[in-house]
Design a protein around this ligand. Sequence first.
Ligand code: G6P
Ligand code: MG
Length: 208
Amino acid sequence: MKAYIFDLDGVIVDTAKFHFLAWKKIGEEFGFELTHELNEQLKGVSRVDSLTKILGWAGVSVSSEKFDELATRKNADYLSYVEKMNENDILPGVKTFLEKAKKENIGIALGSASKNARPILQKLGIISYFDVIVDGNDVTKAKPDPEVFVIAAQKLGVDNEKCVVFEDSEAGIQAAKTAGMKAIGIGSPEVLTQADEVFSGFDAILNQ
Ligand code: G6P
Ligand code: MG
């Protein structure tokens, strides 16, 4: 048996832009301008690690109370964007690709760093496609550590070498490669240089 493991943000749905907007606002509070280039380093990175990086770039240190308050506020802001989403926000080709995989009896898992993964999949009406969901609540080591994908493969009962990972982040591609899985990049080949193959999206994969 073979399996597909999907990242969520920036692969299934374009929530990566909402994470960016919410972190940008937090950075501005410290006079720091988050650029798209630096934002690449936040993709696939947990909430706490993302905030640590931003504060580091801004050159500020805060109390642990302030840290928690900033993380909570970022998440509330992020969720205010997410609230307005519906199934039309699923990225092009994703649903057709999931349906095709189901018909071919390919195992389907989610491997995301997000603690909001389940409610987002529910909101998009596609949670039932997933045989296994491993998210930010289930892991202790963040991407580029392969833990999230290794747990997903174990839960599916599929060997790592038989798993194909779909990822939009450099950290996620690295995690998949370290796990011995095939890594398909969703995005630009200039950014996802370690991927086995890179596509602009699932429409492009379906039309290849
Ligand atoms: C994904 C995104 C990151 C985000 C992380 C945690 O990996 O690419 O940008 O920081 O999930 O998401 P959460 O929804 O738990 O804050
Ligand atoms: Mg992502």
